[in-house]
Design a protein. Structure first.
Length: 180
């Protein structure tokens, strides 16, 4: 199997693993939370996209890679990370523009990701020396994709999502008494 096949196989397997973890373990817990509390951990995954700036470190990746594509990918990731960090802060303070900001951040992130995938395909990226940045593509990028999908699902269901930001009150009928 050549490096291109291994690269895309690893991405697909990681995508499958992160999808299963999300569906089986993460999503069931998130659905019990208010929307802002759901979006916050999903956005944290995106904040680490600043790691994409490593593509611009001289000598780290193959110098034969298209520098223009590396710059667009690196700065696109940095903007996405910044937008998501701003989104988290907005969600935490319950700013009324927080949800629209998450829409903007997620859309920017997806467009940037699609551009990076286009660039990887056009350049046959796995044929170049990527050093440890290989792991960003095959491990972190699939996690980013799953996070984007989960964010869109939560945003699309936002009108019906639990909007309470404090724990629900326990009614008298739900109280449990302990007898000694």
């Amino acid at each position: 199997m050549d490096s291109v096949a291994i690269f895309w196989l690893q991405i697909l397997v990681s995508l499958g693993v992160f999808s299963l973890v999300t569906v089986w373990y993460v999503w069931p817990r998130l659905t019990k939370l208010p929307l802002n509390s759901v979006l916050t951990p999903l956005a944290w995954v995106q904040v680490f996209r600043y790691v994409g700036m490593t593509l611009l470190v001289k000598g780290f990746v193959d110098p034969r890679l298209n520098h223009h594509d590396l710059v667009i990918t690196a700065y696109g990731d940095l903007v996405a990370a910044t937008l998501f960090l701003a989104s988290i802060l907005a969600l935490r303070i319950n700013w009324r523009g927080a949800i629209p900001l998450v829409w903007v951040a997620n859309t920017w992130g997806v467009v940037d990701l699609l551009n990076a995938v286009r660039s990887a395909i056009e350049s046959t990226l796995p044929d170049y020396h990527l050093a440890s940045f290989w792991w960003v593509y095959v491990l972190f990028a699939p996690m980013v994709i799953v996070s984007h999908i989960a964010i869109y699902i939560a945003l699309c269901k936002s009108r019906t999502w639990k909007q309470v930001t404090v724990p629900d009150q326990v009614t008298d009928s739900e109280k449990v008494t302990v007898s000694g």
